[in-house]
Design a protein around this ligand. Structure first.
Ligand code: NAG
Ligand code: NAG
Ligand code: NAG
Ligand code: NAG
Ligand code: NAG
Length: 316
């Protein structure tokens, strides 16, 4: 609501365009699981707030639906599409004419995942839209993880939206949360997005990397005759100040695979006196599990399974 009041004030003050594109103001991304797009284009146009990017999942389109049948005014005439078939799945992304974007098929990891590279004057953002079928298994998550790592080695500025069919309100130990932690991603949607008679769930998160300056994000209510999901929208600020492509290396440890018994044994049996009394007290090679020096061989799997990476914002 605050956003609308502020947008209204901006409009009234009359010195900023409503949709100024990437050069100023907010950059916005809208997502909705549309549950078949047929005959719903006008509705999408109405409720998507003139977002710079409109992402739809479960489009149920096939080759019989041409791009000219589903145009949205002000957006690219050839939206990015991945169709499954008329009975399920599918993704489409519309990009405002003011935005420069190109697909990044090298990052795609699933038939229903679509990465775009969006270019701003001094920065780039990678946007992934994903629809995960509930039946997809661990292979999907491994590929998802790898794809995010590849994206983040290209730019620290990453946004992932779509329907992952994990309930963020209840499935707190799901694998996706490990993937988010390891990549410094956070979800900015906190309300349910999918509604059925007996249950409300949050299946449509928006995941952002830590360099993204999130001005606002919220759920957009959808007429239930159009979809049993609500829409989501995110507004990013200060795109000129998204993190530049500077890299630094940082080692992180995969504690879930750690052998703590081995570690305890090494600590217990290490000759600590030798360090305390040593004149040249340079520590011997360190074991991953402890910050104090210990008598470990150089670390080997299953210790660090993640290579030194560009940035791990929340890990110390
Ligand atoms: C979209 O908005 C226009 C203008 O308010 C309205 O006439 C039209 O009925 C709306 N379409 C849908 C599908 O909601
Ligand atoms: C649509 O695709 C799904 C999954 O690939 C398949 O099971 C289904 O039979 C297909 N339906 C049609 C109408 O082609
Ligand atoms: C997961 O699904 C993929 C594709 O559907 C299949 O090839 C693979 O064998 C499955 N893996 C497991 C562990 O079930
Ligand atoms: C960032 O730097 C990496 C490594 O130098 C390079 O491969 C990548 O293309 C750069 N990304 C952007 C967005 O310029
Ligand atoms: C980011 O990098 C570009 C190209 O190297 C440079 O022109 C620009 O000033 C940098 N932006 C910031 C905020 O450091």
């Amino acid at each position: 609501m605050l956003t609308f009041v502020i947008l209204l004030l901006i409009m009234l003050s009359n010195d900023v365009e409503v949709n100024p594109g990437p050069l100023g103001g907010f950059f916005s991304i809208f997502h909705l699981n549309i549950r078949s797009m047929r005959n719903k284009v006008d509705y999408v146009e109405n409720i998507s707030n003139e977002a710079d990017v409109i992402c739809l999942t479960e489009t149920h389109l096939d080759e019989n639906i041409k791009n000219e049948d589903i145009l949205i005014e002000g957006y690219n005439r050839d939206p990015y599409r991945k169709d499954r078939n008329s009975s399920g799945g599918g993704i489409i992304i519309y990009i405002s004419k003011f935005i420069q974007a190109k697909p990044r098929p090298d990052l795609d990891f699933d038939n229903e995942a679509l990465w775009l590279e969006i270019t701003f004057p001094s920065n780039k953002l990678l946007l992934c839209v994903v629809y995960r079928q509930p039946s997809n298994n661990n292979t999907f998550w491994d590929k998802f993880h790898e794809s995010i790592e590849n994206a983040m080695s290209y730019t620290p500025n990453v946004v992932i939206t779509g329907d992952v069919n994990v309930d963020f309100l209840t499935d707190h130990s799901h694998k996706i949360f490990d993937i988010m932690r390891l990549n410094g991603l956070k979800n900015v949607i906190n309300e349910p997005t999918r509604f059925c008679a007996t249950r409300q769930s949050l299946l449509d998160p928006i995941l952002v990397s830590d360099s993204c300056d999130v001005y606002d994000s919220h759920v957009i209510q959808i007429d239930r005759t159009y979809s049993d999901h609500d829409g989501t929208i995110i507004f990013l600020n200060n795109l000129g100040r998204l993190q530049n492509n500077t890299t630094y290396k940082r080692m992180i440890w995969d504690y879930r695979n750690a052998d703590f018994d081995k570690c305890n044994e090494l600590i217990a049996t290490f000759d600590w006196e030798s360090i305390i009394n040593a004149e040249n007290s340079r520590p011997p090679p360190c074991c991953a599990c402890v910050r104090a020096p210990c008598n470990c061989p150089p670390c080997s799997p299953p210790w660090p399974t993640y290579k030194p990476r560009r940035r791990y914002p929340h890990y110390g």
